[in-house]
Design a binder for this molecule. Structure first.
Ligand code: ZN
Length: 111
């Protein structure tokens, strides 16, 4: 299977397949929001990015989300005028926690 597009995390700068990252998109009004399509469990062949607009990516890792939002890397990547709002940070962390819970239950089931 052909690997999908590679993107780098705004937190740790590591390059990963886009499907493994959560996408944050710049809305037309200049605010950021989490692309909810990328919060769901990754299924092969699924299009990860659903929302049009300038996007930035972070790993499904709370440390990366923290680093990317606190350092300003994420807002710079999205060319936002202000910083990432608390709502977006919360949305991001909620998505990461949900993903972590999913993979944990899978580990328990299979292993
Ligand atoms: Zn990262």
């Amino acid at each position: 299977m052909a690997p999908g597009p590679i993107r780098s995390c705004a937190g740790c700068r590591r390059r990963r397949p886009q499907a493994e990252l959560i996408r944050i998109v710049r809305c037309p009004d200049g605010t950021a929001s989490v692309d909810s399509g990328t919060l769901e469990a990754v299924t092969p062949g699924r299009r990860a990015a659903r929302v049009a607009g300038r996007g930035a990516y972070v790993c499904r890792d709370e440390h990366c989300a923290d680093k990317a939002t606190r350092s300003g890397a994420l807002s710079r990547a999205l060319r936002l005028e202000g910083s990432i709002t608390r709502e977006v940070v919360a949305q991001l962390k909620h998505g990461i926690a949900a993903g972590a819970a999913t993979s944990k239950s899978e580990d328990e089931r299979y292993g």
